[in-house]
Design a protein around this ligand. Structure first.
Ligand code: CO8
Length: 372
């Protein structure tokens, strides 16, 4: 059966933080830290924390600002983490709420209602609890029958979730699948870490996949094929998890939050992603110049420039490979989906596009699509 990507939804948080605001808070924290640990720093036992810089952040990453689910607390030198109120077991969870917001928009764009959906997949970098699945909570909130489950694949959670939707529809297990990426990542950001405090933002995206015979959407794309690869690496890591309760480790230690060897990631992932895309296109007798649009993972502008240059032999322009990380920052797996959501309605019948994620794991996932 032909599988079609027939709708997408983007929910953007209400609050944003500019580089200047974020850097200012970090620098205040660094001054406080250096003052507080003056004796140890003077004795050479620990290093002083150098200042962060908004110019560095924009130049090194391309990020100008980020949206956050909860701004309160992040810029508070005495807290340096969001202050998200606890919700009771009978209330809709924070992550389910943003998932529902994106899902509702995706269903509307595909001209579908809850009763059309057979499967809900929530796929993202973190779920706020292990069970009951966020996807099942979302399924209940939207009034969807069938079944639902959560998936975690870090940066490639969105594309890998789409792959599962593709396979279920192709196999006839389902007709319509809703894939949601509620990337509520700010609670895992170490805002006290100069190397990574600027990288991430919150967002939620969703996509609708269905069998070709039920499509009722103007902006629909045939999924020609999917491709995935993983290769183990410790260069992007978070050790947060349920085992912390059984060990004597500090649950708030820096290794429990996002940390990475950014340079190594850059060097190792760019060639992997370029090779992956080339192989995916070659399987369809296509070359990079045949693509009308590249919806690439949004981690770092220099990575995207390098990957498209490697493939095209020249810089891709913003129309070919749209950049959204200047506004949204790195939103874990949702970056390529935001780019798709904002930049697909101008495409013509027959135009090819590729969605491709790359990052933690390492994991790379792509979908080759063609405008119907
Ligand atoms: N301000 C000023 N100077 C700084 C700062 C700062 N904030 N940070 C570092 N510097 C300094 C360093 O100290 C260094 O100085 P020196 O040369 O004197 O030693 C200099 O700037 C250069 O530092 P780096 O080599 O670290 O800087 P880079 O040019 O490599 O840029 C980046 C850093 C932006 C992190 C870059 O390496 C990068 O983006 N790499 C790719 C990273 C990537 O793609 N990671 C994937 C992220 S994971 C993901 O997408 C999803 C994961 C799951 C979600 C997690 C949610 C929390």
């Amino acid at each position: 059966r032909q599988v079609v990507l027939s709708g997408s939804g983007l929910w953007t948080p209400e609050y944003k933080i500019s580089n200047e605001e974020l850097v200012n808070a970090y620098n205040n924290y660094a001054d406080w830290y250096n003052e507080h640990h003056k004796a140890d720093i003077d004795d050479g036992n620990i290093s002083a924390k150098p200042h962060s810089s908004a110019d560095f952040v924009q130049k090194a990453s391309g990020i100008k600002q980020r949206y956050v689910y909860c701004k309160e607390g992040i810029l508070d030198v005495n807290r340096m983490r969001p202050n998200i109120p606890t919700r009771g077991d009978n209330e809709l969870s924070h992550q389910a709420e943003i998932a529902v917001n994106a899902a509702t928009k995706a269903l509307a764009s595909a001209n579908k209602s809850a009763s059309d959906v057979d499967v809900v997949i929530v796929s993202c970098a973190y779920t706020q609890r292990s069970y009951p699945a966020i996807a099942i909570e979302v399924q209940a909130a939207l009034g969807i029958n069938g079944f639902a489950f959560d998936m975690l694949v870090a940066c490639s959670a969105a594309t890998f979730g789409m792959h599962r939707a593709y396979e279920m529809i192709a196999a006839g297990t389902a007709n319509t699948v809703l894939v949601i990426n509620p990337e509520l990542v700010s609670p895992q950001v170490n805002y006290k870490d100069r190397d990574s405090h600027f990288i991430f933002g919150d967002v939620a995206t969703a996509t609708v996949f269905e069998s070709a015979n039920t499509v009722n959407s103007e902006h629909a794309f045939d999924v020609l094929s999917t491709k995935a690869v993983t290769k183990y690496s410790n260069n992007i890591r978070s050790n947060f998890g349920y085992m912390t309760h059984a060990t004597d480790e500090d649950p708030y230690a820096a290794d429990k939050l996002f940390h990475q060897e950014g340079r190594k990631v850059f060097k190792e992932v760019c060639p992997m992603a370029a090779e992956h895309i080339t192989e995916h296109l070659t399987a369809h007798d296509l070359v990079p110049n045949d693509l009308r649009r590249w919806w690439l993972h949004q981690a770092n502008i220099n990575m995207n420039v390098l990957i498209s240059k490697r493939l095209l032999g020249r810089d891709a322009n913003k129309d070919e490979a749209p950049i959204v990380l200047d506004e949204y920052a790195n939103t874990a797996s949702a970056g390529s989906v935001i780019a798709f959501n904002l930049h697909h309605q101008d495409m013509n019948t027959g135009d090819y596009g590729i969605l491709c994620s790359f990052g933690a794991g390492y994991s790379i996932g792509s979908l080759l699509v063609q405008k119907r």
